[in-house]
Design a protein around this ligand. Structure first.
Ligand SMILES: [Mg+2]
Length: 237
């Protein structure tokens, strides 16, 4: 029996939530910096620093632009910091890099098994990401969860950007669920703040990405090590 019978929909962030951030993104962050710097290593290091990333490892510090920003926000910051690209060209190039990196992503767990079980338990599932909708769609296909999803949105889907409520409200509109019937699951404060702004019934932070227990606990109902604990948490008597 569910401890939270009112919760019928689960809206997941992607990076750092379904995908293990530390195992997936540092090398791609480094490549993004070099791309934006057109190969200038010193400028690439500066661009990573500006976005909150370690210039050597590419690891992004908690809740920094590199970890929680969307491509447009990142490209704007990098153009301001000296990237020789025109903004629109940099957005296009970064989105292409990110979309082309899906095969290198490491899932937190076998996502197809988890999502199939969650669907079987009656939950309506969705993904709300600050990545592009093309990347979200391709990620869902790559990991075999597309058929389990009722909703997907990216930063370029027209539902606004986190931490505003738009993406979560679009999930509700698409599925007929009330905000109080959904749980928002994510690795950053932006995800938890979006959940609060939308009136989500539960906000569940996970520690496989940009946040820490210190940053997530104050803004979430639960702070889990990962989505592996989700079923137990939702069904605990
Ligand atoms: Mg995330």
């Amino acid at each position: 029996m569910s401890r939270y019978p009112a919760i019928r929909g689960l809206l997941f962030d992607k990076d750092g939530t379904l995908l293990d951030y530390a195992a997936s993104w540092p090398p791609i962050n480094r490549e993004a910096g070099l791309l934006a710097a057109k190969g200038d290593a010193a400028l690439a290091a500066e661009l990573l620093r500006v976005a909150g990333g370690d210039p050597v490892t590419g690891f992004a510090l908690g809740d920094c632009l590199l970890a929680v920003g969307n491509t447009q926000e990142l490209a704007e910051a990098w153009c301001d910091a000296g990237s020789p690209f025109v903004l629109a060209d940099l957005i296009f190039a970064l989105d292409a890099l990110f979309q082309g990196s899906i095969a290198r992503m490491v899932p937190v767990c076998p996502l197809d098994d988890l999502f199939t079980r969650l669907r079987g338990a009656g939950f309506t599932l969705g993904i709300a990401s600050s990545d592009s909708i093309a990347s979200v769609t391709a990620t869902a296909a790559h990991f075999g969860i597309a058929d389990t999803l009722a909703f997907m949105t990216g930063y370029d889907s027209g539902h606004g950007a986190k931490p505003a409520a738009g993406m979560a409200l679009a999930f509700c509109a698409a599925t007929g669920l009330e905000p109080a019937e959904i749980a928002m699951i994510g690795d950053s404060r932006h995800d938890m703040e979006m959940g609060r702004a939308a009136g989500a019934g539960l906000r569940i932070g996970v520690l496989t990405g940009a946040g820490t227990r210190e940053t997530l606990e104050p803004v979430s109902d639960f702070c889990l090590d990962s989505i592996i604990e989700l079923e137990t948490t939702l069904s605990r008597n």
